[in-house]
Design a protein around this ligand. Sequence first.
Ligand code: AMP
Length: 394
Amino acid sequence: MKIISINAGSSSLKFQLFDMDSEKVLASGLFERIGIEGSLYTIKYNSEKIREEIELANHTDAVNILLEKLIALDIIASLDEIDGVGHRIVQGGDKYNKSVIITDEVISDIEAFKDLAPLHNPAGLLGIQAVREVLPDVPMVAVFDTAFHQTMKKERYLYPIPYAWYRDYKIRKYGFHGTSHRFIASKAKEILGRENIKVISCHLGSGGSICAIENGASIDTTMGFTPLAGIMMGTRSGDIDPSIIPYIMEKEGKNASEIIDDLNKVSGLLGVSETSSDFRDISKGISEGNSQCLLAQEIFIRRVVAYIAEYYVLLNGADMIVFTAGIGENSLDVRGKIVERLSCLGIKLDESANDSRGEIKKISTDDSSVLVYAIPTDEELMIARDTLELVQNG
Ligand code: AMP
């Protein structure tokens, strides 16, 4: 069985084609600058990589070219080999607690949730519509970032604001990165060989969130009504005092959406370091004595540690803390420093084990009170697995 997982952005389309018997990636790639001058695509397969500038007027063009290339490059013999297509959809509201086969009703729900995810859901719909046009008979599945967090209890997902805002406008914590946290939960279960485990999953990428997981279910997570909440991120502030917004609106003569844009795009590591949103640049800056970079890293670490501590208490102890995504998988220094700050809980870093990237690795000592692991996440595989399961079993 062959499944394509798709992550569509407003002007991009990322894909992976899986052979689900072996869960091997047969091809992966990215279509960029869709609808913009200078559009191009990259496809990787076997050990080859092709890159071509080509006009892509819309997402349908991208899907058409993708399928054409898969055949031309002999990756598949015909379109009949595609058994299903899974789409990453950011916001599934409080209606979807798991992945679903895409029907007209699902499409209109994703459309309706646009209000809650104005940047992301419309992009997901572009991907769905493009595949529907090109492969009308192939089943498609929606995999929601929010679905995994639907197990949170009301006292965890409600904000202490007028209850009518929740009742009338559905203002609540939704949480995101659910597909990654679910992948980590399943890996932790595999590693420990039992179901009833408590895991603190730290997805530290350019976007980041932490999730408290008990018995395979999310009980709390740091992102909120939108992905702007929680820990400090590459360009996003994470949690701040909301009174800052009207104050800075007046000081800078901006409107609320311009300030939210600043909190999303020029805050976080970039905002504090005044150098870069990329942790590699922050680390380089620190090694060159840049004090703003050091400050940015310090705030980042402090905020991650604070949430791990909160979730440790919420879970009444933890079996495993996991680091994943770009920073969690690769920045040995940052994850080492985070673990060191947890020493008051009896959590101990194994420094030599921490010298590892790109593999599942225990990085805590044998006498650490909690296991600490680095685990590479794989959201695309999760999307493909859900798609296969629904295509086969409905
Ligand atoms: P992601 O969004 O998961 O792709 O993660 C992107 C983040 O991971 C960026 O801040 C990168 O700087 C960071 N990252 C990737 N590789 C490394 C590395 N080798 N060392 C430190 N940070 C890294």
